[in-house]
Design a protein around this ligand. Structure first.
Ligand SMILES: Nc1ncnc2c1ncn2[C@@H]1O[C@H](COP(=O)(O)OP(=O)(O)OP(=O)(O)O)[C@@H](O)[C@H]1O
Ligand SMILES: [Mg+2]
Length: 369
């Protein structure tokens, strides 16, 4: 039996560990037509949760639409991404109505002067975008059904042009009961900037739902049950696995996958099985870990090293002597950048008050000295 642990893509709702409270909160808000924003570091299960929510909304009679903005670089891309998402996810009579309707919309691209071909409109308020954003209102008018819409990787919209969220707001504000939106994104800093800013009152009303690490008991139960279904037992490897994952959902599944692969059917994992699994998991994640390191400044690297050591405070002699951390002002700026980029999260138990989001990066920094 192949490994049952998914770690490379969003998980199906049957594989979701925990998250019942978060899902219930999202479900309540969505059914009341309220908007939410889903906050969490990369790979903490935002997309998986959003998909579980949309599946529920559909069962309740809503129209689910998931739009992922990753890779969009112009407002025309954004408009097209929305149009394609509806095209893929609507079906039956609604789909046929949609196929006719989109042909009445302004095009998302404007033709350049003769011979140059087609080029994206540079301005934020490309009229084609407003047409596509109006779809939930039109669906509601036609069918009386409410749309449940997930705008995933929403920080991309902000990156394109700071004025673009204003275009969204101008249309979305009028949706009332026609739609409930969930905004999620993998850049906590940009998401917070948009959603906490009073000038963007519309977005500020989208209540935050936070995804933290997964609790060890829920992880232990899931891993043990999945091993048992494959006639295996995680045995004494389970404790070290939970410690190494630190509740990071994707790292936990990556470790569980390799442990499963290393454990024979009908067998039980031991310390050697665990060592091999850990090595393989870390080898697989090495590229990602190095990218974070390579793209960090000298100061950020010193901050990461200090925080990875858990028992060292950011200000004080030890941080200065062991890791070369100087003035607290610039350290604070580096911490804020790392938090904004989603590499650090608060941890009251650590001397610095922070911990690295990725336990593999932290382990590597603790060893590599
Ligand atoms: N609740 C969960 N139960 C089980 N596995 C989970 C859970 N949440 C996340 N994962 C693991 O994390 C991986 C990534 O999940 P997902 O793509 O939903 O996260 P994301 O936050 O959307 O990530 P990204 O920031 O890359 O878009 C999954 O493949 C799975 O291994
Ligand atoms: Mg995602």
């Amino acid at each position: 039996m192949p490994s049952p642990f998914v770690y490379e893509e969003p998980v199906a709702s049957g594989d979701l560990i925990d998250r019942t409270d978060e899902l219930a909160a999202l479900r309540d808000r969505t059914s009341e037509g309220r908007n939410s924003r889903l906050e969490g570091p990369r790979r903490f299960g935002k997309t998986s949760l959003v998909r579980a929510l949309l599946a529920d909304a559909e069962r309740e009679g809503g129209v689910p639409v998931e739009v992922n903005f990753l890779g969009c670089v112009t407002s025309a891309d954004v408009a097209e991404r929305i149009e394609r998402a509806y095209g893929r996810q609507l079906d039956g009579p609604l789909r046929r109505w949609f196929d006719g309707l989109v042909r009445t919309f302004q095009p998302t691209l404007s033709a350049a002067p003769a011979g140059v071909g087609v080029r994206a409109r540079p301005q934020a308020g490309a009229p084609g975008l407003l047409d596509r954003l109006s779809l939930p209102r039109r669906i509601h008018e036609r069918t009386g059904r409410q749309c449940a819409i997930a705008f995933d990787e929403f920080q991309e919209v902000l990156r394109i042009d700071p004025a673009l969220p204003g275009v969204f707001r101008s249309e979305l504000e009028s949706h009332g009961a026609a739609a409930a939106y969930v905004f999620s994104g993998s850049h906590p800093g940009m998401m917070r900037e948009l959603f906490a800013d009073r000038r963007h009152a519309f977005f500020a009303q989208a209540s935050p739902i936070e995804l933290g690490p997964l609790p060890p008991d829920a992880l232990a139960e899931h891993v043990t049950a999945r091993f048992a279904e494959g006639r295996r037992d995680p045995g004494e490897a389970l404790g070290p696995l939970l410690d190494a994952a630190e509740g990071h959902p994707q790292r936990a599944m990556l470790l569980a996958h390799h442990l499963y692969q290393q454990t024979a059917a009908g067998g039980e994992a031991d310390v050697e099985t665990w060592t091999r699994a850990l090595q393989r998991a870390r080898r697989e994640a090495a590229g990602e870990v190095e990218v974070v390191w390579d793209t960090s400044s000298g100061l950020e690297r010193r901050v990461l090293r200090t925080i990875a050591h858990r028992t060292v405070a950011l200000t004080g002699r030890e941080a200065a002597e062991r890791f070369g951390l100087g003035k607290s002002g610039s350290t604070q700026v580096a911490v804020e950048r790392l938090v904004g980029d989603g590499h650090l999260m608060p941890d009251a138990a650590a001397r610095s008050g922070w911990r690295l989001v990725d336990p593999f990066l932290a382990a590597w920094l603790r060893e590599d000295q």
